[in-house]
Design a protein around this ligand. Structure first.
Ligand code: SAM
Length: 245
């Protein structure tokens, strides 16, 4: 069977492989190769965009919570390209620090579904500080149309209608899609219990409050997932935004 996902070493879900890039990761790669300042991949696991950028002669700073992922990236990077790679282990929420205004773009791929709205806002504040004026942030996340949100979608709509700040946040422990899956325990153990399935409006509001203007946003088919995570071809969500403050 074709491998589309690689497990993380810290039970933070899976990384998509190099062959299953979504349009937002591809846009980040294209933008990074024209950028005048360094770019950053946040929550990269073993590096999704980074190998593409390095291979094409670009430079990149790569962050992940777990330094073992970054060690793997370093080991698989050809020796002559390693001087273009900077590794930064630690939490993007409250650990790593980057010089103010020093980045042209940031990719944050499939990390925000693990955070609540307050934590996402904290990250966005930090991203805004690190970016140059007109710098861009590329966000990809699991959307409200992720398969595991299908059986409880009405609950999401209800929370959204009452102005809940985290309308997509749920525990997956008793998820109905997972209940009948032969590897239910394995899947649950490999990722955080709480998920925040992201909708465009909620994410765009958080970005706007932090001084970002949305350039592009859409749901897209998450072709990298297996059946249990699929629903209606809109399982992924991506947003490109530009810093205007
Ligand atoms: C689901 S994987 C996504 C990996 C890759 N970005 C992708 O799109 O396939 C989530 C990654 O985010 C990292 N992560 C989670 N919380 C983080 C944090 N606070 N700071 C930095 N990285 C974090 C995890 O270590 C894990 O490697």
């Amino acid at each position: 069977m074709e491998t589309k996902l690689i497990p993380t070493l810290n039970n933070m879900g899976w990384m998509i492989t190099q062959h299953h890039l979504d349009i937002y990761t591809q846009s980040f790669i294209d933008y990074a190769l024209t950028a005048s300042k360094p770019v950053l991949e946040v929550g990269a696991a073993y590096g999704v965009a980074a190998p593409h950028i390095l291979k094409q002669g670009g430079k990149i700073i790569v962050n992940d919570l777990d330094s073992r992922h970054l060690e793997c990236l370093y080991a698989k990077t050809p020796v002559h390209l390693r001087s273009n790679l900077t590794l930064l282990a630690g939490s993007c929420v409250d650990e790593i620090e980057i010089e103010r205004g020093s980045l042209s773009a940031i990719l944050c791929g499939r990390v925000f579904q693990f955070f609540d709205a307050q934590t996402i806002s904290l990250c966005l504040e930090r991203f805004a500080r690190w970016l140059e004026p007109n710098g861009k942030v590329f966000i990809i996340a699991d959307s409200i149309f992720h398969g595991m949100n299908e059986p409880i979608f009405a609950d999401f709509l209800q929370r959204k209608s009452t102005g809940c700040p985290n309308p997509g946040r749920v525990s997956l422990a008793d998820n109905q899609r997972l209940a009948t899956h032969p590897n239910k325990e394995g899947i649950l153990a490999a990722m955080p219990e709480y998920f925040n399935f992201i909708d465009i409006e909620t994410m765009a509001n958080l970005l706007n409050k932090t001084g970002f203007l949305i350039e592009q946003a859409s749901y897209f088919p998450a072709r990298y997932y297996d059946e249990v995570s699929l629903w209606n071809g809109r399982e992924g969500v991506g947003l490109v935004s530009v810093l205007i403050r």
